[in-house]
Design a binder for this molecule. Structure first.
Ligand code: PEP
Length: 254
């Protein structure tokens, strides 16, 4: 069985003090849920202090991005080695980065390769925009994003995929569980073609897009959905905890 994974993407929210407060507010309760992998992804500046607070904890740390070069004259960037020093996970190819920072499929591919080389576990985000969804191009778009991101990746060990329809992110309008399950099944078939059946059976594919404590169960009940990448709701300790608890109960009752 694939271990469910719930990751919180805090985006550009929380000062260091607020990040520590948020972790303190949920740490003890999250700790009790051992059947789900729990990851928090605060902004870069909070990674080191949060790591210190999480020492010895089962709650894991992720970054929201990285640059693909190992070091050098790239003012303002953070290298895979720096991220790997602090984190186990890294979100790559989030639609907000594709949209606001012009990250192309080629850049996403370079970041995936660099992250894997540094021993990080990438959470690769893919998903279609509203107009692509409405014109029936969802599968075409996610297949293209996936194959571009995985060029040259022989063994995506530890990697997870987050299917995040762009129209569902931060809008309060999630996909239905059934829609998300269908697209995730399609993504899994594609992974089988690109990386082989074993990888496809083992890789965790998450749903992301306006997941909260009220709708989490609908997604967790779907057989192809292995967890969630949670944005807004991960900034509220009770919401995140409730999502993690629901994942644990639902996924382990099957
Ligand atoms: C995200 O940031 O990946 C996300 C899914 O955000 P939200 O849950 O707020 O839609």
């Amino acid at each position: 069985m694939r271990v469910p994974l719930i990751a919180g993407n805090w985006k550009m929210n929380t000062t260091v003090a607020e990040a520590l407060e948020l972790v303190r507010a949920m740490k003890d309760e999250l700790e009790k849920v051992i059947s789900v992998e729990k990851v928090v992804c605060p902004p870069f500046v909070s990674l080191a202090p949060v790591k210190e607070l999480l020492a010895g904890s089962t709650i894991k740390l992720g970054a929201q991005n990285l640059f693909f070069a190992e070091k050098g004259a790239y003012t303002g960037e953070i290298s895979p080695l720096m991220v790997a020093d602090l984190c186990e996970y890294v979100i790559i190819g989030h639609s907000e980065r594709r949209q606001h920072f012009h990250e192309t499929g080629d850049i996403v591919n370079k970041k995936i390769m660099a992250a894997l080389k540094a021993g990080l576990k990438p959470i690769l985000c893919i998903g279609e925009r509203l107009e692509e969804n409405e014109s029936g191009k969802t599968e075409e778009v996610v297949a293209e994003q996936l194959s571009t991101a995985l060029v040259g990746v022989a063994d995506p060990d530890g990697m997870a995929i987050a299917y995040e329809p762009v129209w569902a992110i931060g809008t309060g309008k999630p996909a239905t569980g059934e829609q998300a399950n269908g697209t995730i099944a399609f993504i899994r078939q594609n992974i089988a073609q690109v990386c082989g059946g074993n990888v496809a059976r083992e890789i965790r594919i998450l749903y992301g897009g306006s997941v909260n404590s009220t709708n989490a169960a609908e997604f967790m009940q779907q057989p192809e959905i292995d967890g969630a990448l949670v944005g807004g709701a991960s900034l509220k300790a009770n919401e995140f905890l409730s999502i993690v608890n629901q994942a644990s109960i639902i996924k382990h009752s099957k």
